[in-house]
Design a binder for this molecule. Structure first.
Ligand code: 3EB
Length: 329
């Protein structure tokens, strides 16, 4: 019965990272392609789909027409809905998304607690429970003073909702403000059946160790996550933060330079070669629409050939004008 007994002790195959790309296409056509795990449209004008793998992100894109963001895996994908969240799964990877109205959850804190509680409860039922990457989009992120700023309420609710779920460490993350109405909270994630490797940036204090001045509850995220096969680095929202402080207040050019320095430090920390290429899609979140052309020119010059999606989004610290996130394959 036993043949090839040298293979009798099976080594788990390390999962190949999902491919993330931007493309101008019809969402239904992309959803019909084999291996499509998720498709994202951007802004109010995005073509919609009833498929649970489709998500309309509440951020406007500065490029017209806005491309789709597409996640694809090897092999067949199943999908469904579970309460207020929707999900898809294939090849050991899981996409899950939830969109809540804060008015039904007693505000920002309650909505973020509910979103994280629902996502964590769902993940606990799945084999793919190693969250590699998570995105959070909320309205009016900088509204409110001090500890009452909406971003800080979001941080409070995030910790409340996640409970002990991330006891082994936090995923890589992004938290950005949209302009599609204060009450809409969107959270979506990529999880897998194998753990990734968390990467911190030696130039920056780990977010969960930020001092008290940034809020009652520290932001809970890793600076980046190397996916299980080490074939991709998922990079968190990265801005001009040095140590724990925001650098170059109100100076867009200097913030862009500092952000690229942070990204290169992160690649080095992950043991990766310097630089980004045509396979490494990035997003740039720009606070002021009038800054978008400069950000586009800067990135084309400094990161030639790199696919960049330029989005209108508010960074969670008022003084920060731009933030980048994305993938390095
Ligand atoms: C920073 O470095 C910028 O709260 O999930 C970046 C990425 C930031 C994720 C989050 C916040 C978050 O602190 C802000």
């Amino acid at each position: 019965m036993v043949q090839g007994c040298e293979n009798a002790v099976a080594r788990p195959t390390l999962r190949r990272a999902p491919r993330v790309s931007y493309r101008n296409a019809d969402p239904e056509a992309v959803l019909h392609e084999p291996g499509t795990l998720a498709v994202f449209g951007f802004g109010a004008g995005a073509t919609r789909s009833a498929d649970p793998r489709w998500l309309g992100v509440d951020l406007e894109c500065f490029d017209a027409p806005a491309p789709l963001e597409i996640w694809q895996v090897n092999g067949p994908v199943t999908h469904g809905r579970a309460g207020e969240l929707r999900w898809s799964a294939g090849d050991g990877w899981l996409f899950a998304a939830i969109e809540l109205d804060e008015r039904a959850h007693d505000g920002t804190r309650g909505a973020s607690a509910a979103a994280y509680a629902a996502l964590c409860a769902f993940l606990a039922t799945r084999g793919e429970r190693h969250v590699q990457r998570i995105w959070n989009y909320l309205g009016a992120i900088n509204l409110g003073e001090g500890d009452n700023e909406r971003y800080k309420q979001f941080c409070d609710g995030r910790v409340e909702g996640m409970g002990g779920f991330f006891a082994d460490g936090f995923p890589a993350a992004t938290a950005i403000g949209h302009h599609a109405g204060e009450a809409r909270l969107q959270v979506y994630l990529l999880a897998g059946d194998q753990p990734g490797l968390r990467v911190e940036n030696p130039r920056q204090v780990s977010a969960w160790h930020y001092p008290r001045q940034y809020g009652r509850t520290t932001p809970r995220f890793a600076r980046a996550m190397a996916l299980p096969a080490q074939d991709a680095l998922a990079i968190s929202g990265t801005a001009a933060v040095v140590g724990h402080a925001s650098a170059h207040q109100d100076d867009l050019q200097a913030q862009l330079d500092e952000t690229l320095t942070n990204l290169e430090a992160l690649l080095a920390s992950a043991g990766m070669k310097a630089g980004f290429d045509t396979q490494s899609p990035l997003k740039a979140y720009v606070r002021h629409p009038t800054d978008a052309p400069h950000v586009r020119d800067f990135l084309q010059h400094r990161l030639p050939g790199v696919p960049v999606l330029l989005l209108h989004g508010d960074i969670c610290r008022q003084e920060l004008l731009v933030e980048l996130d994305g993938w390095r394959y």
